[in-house]
Design a protein around this ligand. Structure first.
Ligand code: 6PG
Length: 244
C-alpha cells in the first residue's frame, strides 16, 4: 500500500535528533511570534524530549510570549518522579525568565480526574481564545510514541481514542488514570512534531508510517494533521525493513 508521505527525518542518534528538534521548535516559535505575537506549545512526556528541554533552557527567545501546555499527564502531583510537568520544569522551565502565568500544567489535584480534564479544557479555551464549540489551534504539539504505538496518553483499545466532543479526556495506562489531549485537538495543531527513538518502536512505527495497521491497535495512526517525524536510526530501521 502506498505510504502517505509524512515529513520524516532520520538522525544517527538522540543527540543529533535533539539538535534538529531544538531548531524546529525555535523556528516554529519565531514564525508564530512574528505572525501572531504569541507561541503556543504543548509538551510531551517520556524520556526522548528531556535533552531537548534541557537545551531549550538556554535558548534566546522572548519567553514572556510563550504559552506552555502539556499534551498528556500522569495523575500524580508535580513533585512526583512520574510527573511530565515536573520533568519539564526541572529540565527547562525553572531555568528561564517566563511568567508563571504562562505555564499551564494539567491539574492533578481533583479527586475525580474527569473534573481535572474539564478544568484543563476550560483553561485551553480561555488562553487560546477559542469559542465554546471551536477547536483551539496550537502552534506546535510535541508528541512521543511508545513501543505499543500509543501517543500522548492515547493507549491501544481505550475509550479515549474515540472521544471527539472534548479537547481533554481521561487516558488509561494499565488501569491508572491519565489526562490526555483528544485526537481532534491534536490534529488541529499548526504543526505536530513526533520524536521517536529506540529499536523497540520499529514494529509500531512501520505500521503507523505505512498506514497498514488498525488505529485501535496503533493509536498514533489517528494523528493525521500536519505531522513531522524525527526518528533515530534504531527506530527508523523498522520503517525501511521489508518484514511485516
Ligand atoms: C508519557 C507520554 C508518552 C510518551 C511515549 C514515549 O507521558 O509517557 O507523553 O506518550 O511520549 O510513551 O516515551 P519515550 O520517549 O520515553 O519512549
Amino acid at each position: 500500500m502506498a505510504m502517505s508521505t509524512p515529513n520524516l527525518q532520520t538522525f544517527p542518534d538522540l543527540e543529533a535528533l535533539t539538535s534538529a528538534a531544538y531548531t524546529f521548535v525555535l523556528d516554529q516559535a519565531a514564525a508564530a511570534l512574528q505572525a501572531r505575537g504569541q507561541f503556543t506549545i504543548a509538551l510531551a512526556g517520556g524520556n526522548t524530549p528531556k535533552p531537548l528541554y534541557e537545551r531549550l533552557a538556554s535558548a534566546d527567545t522572548p519567553w514572556a510570549q510563550w504559552q506552555i501546555f502539556w499534551g498528556d499527564e500522569r495523575y500524580v502531583p508535580q513533585d512526583h518522579p512520574d510527573s511530565n510537568a515536573g520533568m519539564a520544569m526541572a529540565a527547562w522551565l525553572n531555568h528561564i525568565p517566563i511568567p508563571a502565568a504562562n505555564i499551564h500544567p494539567m491539574p492533578t489535584d481533583e479527586p475525580d480526574p474527569a473534573a481535572a480534564a474539564a478544568r484543563y479544557e476550560a483553561t485551553l479555551r480561555h488562553v487560546l481564545a477559542a469559542e465554546a464549540d471551536a477547536i483551539p489551534q496550537f502552534d506546535l504539539i510535541l508528541l512521543g510514541m511508545g513501543p505499543d504505538g500509543h501517543t500522548a496518553s492515547l493507549f491501544p483499545h481505550t475509550p479515549a481514542l474515540q472521544v471527539r466532543d472534548r479537547l481533554v479526556t481521561l487516558g488509561n495506562k494499565d488501569g491508572q488514570p491519565r489526562l490526555t489531549f483528544t485526537v481532534p485537538l491534536i490534529n488541529r495543531a499548526r504543526q505536530i512534531l513526533f520524536l521517536v527513538t529506540g529499536a523497540n518502536k520499529q514494529t509500531a512505527l512501520r505500521h503507523i508510517l505505512r498506514r497498514t495497521g488498525d488505529p485501535h491497535t496503533y493509536p498514533a495512526l489517528l494523528i493525521e494533521g500536519q505531522c513531522t517525524w524525527f526518528l533515530d536510526q534504531a527506530a527508523a530501521e523498522g520503517v525501511t525493513a521489508n518484514s511485516q
